[in-house]
Design a protein around this ligand. Structure first.
Ligand code: ADP
Ligand code: MG
Length: 236
């Protein structure tokens, strides 16, 4: 078994922040509930990916995170599993609105995140739905009305639904900006900022991005509070 520092060196993990917890090098060392460990085992995963190993302990402390890691590194479960734990701790009534909000650039990605949340969260009784453009609003609104713990949304469609006053984000206390660089490239910054205004400021905010250009740094500086920064591999 590698020490936390050796694990970081081996996997090219660098962290910036105060007293950053060491990575979890195995699923067993996470202390996650057995339902979740059973799901990762059923999925055939043998160990957390480096971004998961390092971001789980930070996210579980309730801290804001900026994580910079390339596509395919397992970022989705990196934020979803601590999100499940957050939902469990809050005990909110999902009828009053979601506890976790994930913003994602495209319909395809939002659907994939929803599928991952259902696959790994159903046995923990976590519910999830997604909202995206290019499809009728009715069925999406009905899912929200039923009450869900996690909403995954593209910024454009979520803004439309907010303007219709068909969803409340007042219970959201775990906000994820996934593929932040891509959302900004697609011109979603104004919608993101409007959405974030509807989320209480007492929240945990996590930003995942594959690149770290100045536009992304700016929005991170505006929306996150004293984040821990985690890089996997070299960043440009
Ligand atoms: P990213 O968001 O970083 O592009 P994803 O979260 O989409 O990456 O994950 C990429 C793939 O890796 C998915 O098929 C996912 O199910 C799988 N995966 C996630 N975590 C692990 C793990 N710990 N071990 C093996 N495969 C994993
Ligand atoms: Mg992803």
């Amino acid at each position: 078994r590698l020490s936390g520092d050796a694990y970081r060196r081996q996997h090219e993990i660098t962290v910036t922040g105060d007293e950053v917890p060491l990575p979890f090098s195995s699923f067993e060392s996470t202390g996650l509930p057995s339902e979740i460990l059973r799901e990762v085992h059923n999925a055939g995963f043998s160990a957390p990916t480096p971004i998961q190993a390092q971001s789980w302990p930070i996210a579980l402390q309730g801290r804001d995170i900026v994580a910079i890691a390339k596509t395919g590194s397992g970022k989705t479960l990196g934020y979803l599993i601590p999100g499940f734990m957050h939902v469990k701790r809050r005990h909110n009534d999902p009828q009053m609105g979601p506890t976790v909000l994930v913003l994602s650039p495209t319909r395809e990605l939002a659907t994939q995140i929803q599928d991952e949340a259902r696959k790994f969260g159903s046995s923990s009784r976590i519910s999830c739905t997604c909202l995206y453009g290019g499809a009728p609003k009715g069925p999406q609104l009905r899912e929200v009305e039923k009450g869900v713990d996690i909403v995954v949304a593209t910024p454009g469609r979520l803004n439309d639904i907010l303007e219709m006053r068909k969803i409340s984000l007042q219970q959201v206390s775990y906000l994820v900006l996934d593929e932040a660089d891509r959302m900004l490239d697609m011109g979603f910054e104004p919608q993101i900022r409007k959405i974030v205004k509807e989320v209480p400021t007492r929240r945990q905010t996590l930003m995942y991005t594959a690149t770290w250009p100045k536009e992304v740094r700016k929005i991170a500086a505006d929306l996150l509070v004293n984040p821990v920064q985690v890089n996997i591999g070299n960043i440009d």
